[in-house]
Ligand binder design. Structure first.
Ligand SMILES: N[C@@H](CCC(=O)N[C@@H](CS)C(=O)NCC(=O)O)C(=O)O
Length: 125
């Protein structure tokens, strides 16, 4: 009798909690997609991260203002990092997108500036 009650409670919890989590993940995923595709430059960052500061400095030197999402300053920062992992296979910050195209982290940004690829992508908008 007790095991039936436990199974029943577990089933109720599963049916309740699972859709709530899927809903939360969907809205975080929609937020990430919106940030990437609605901004010329999107920068997923952590406020204390030296690589992120470096990326911000590189954009400042180019007189460009990225749209910055500071993951450590948001309640859903960990989930955003999970969505980014699914999307691009990377968990580190910064992650930079220009006109919807994934550039990568701070080292990749530096390489894209050196090669002229970044300026090419920026001039598309
Ligand atoms: N080579 C990478 C290094 C990035 C990196 O190591 N970032 C650290 C923060 S400074 C990180 O994401 N650590 C894992 C985490 O914060 O979850 C780059 O140039 O972007």
């Amino acid at each position: 009798m007790r095991s039936i009650a436990v199974t029943f409670t577990f089933a109720i919890l599963l049916f309740w909690v699972e859709p709530l989590q899927i809903h939360a993940n969907n809205s975080v995923s929609a937020f990430v997609q919106n940030v990437i595709y609605s901004n010329r430059i999107a920068l997923f960052s952590k406020s204390y991260c030296p690589y992120c500061l470096r990326a911000k400095r590189m954009f400042a030197e180019l007189n460009e203002q990225p749209f910055v999402v500071e993951l450590d300053l948001r309640d859903d920062g960990y989930q955003i990092q999970g969505v980014l992992l699914d999307l691009i296979g990377r968990r580190t910050v910064p992650q930079i997108f220009v006109n919807g195209k994934h550039i990568g982290g701070s080292d990749d940004l530096s390489a894209a500036i050196q090669s002229g690829e970044l300026q090419k992508l920026l001039s598309a908008s």
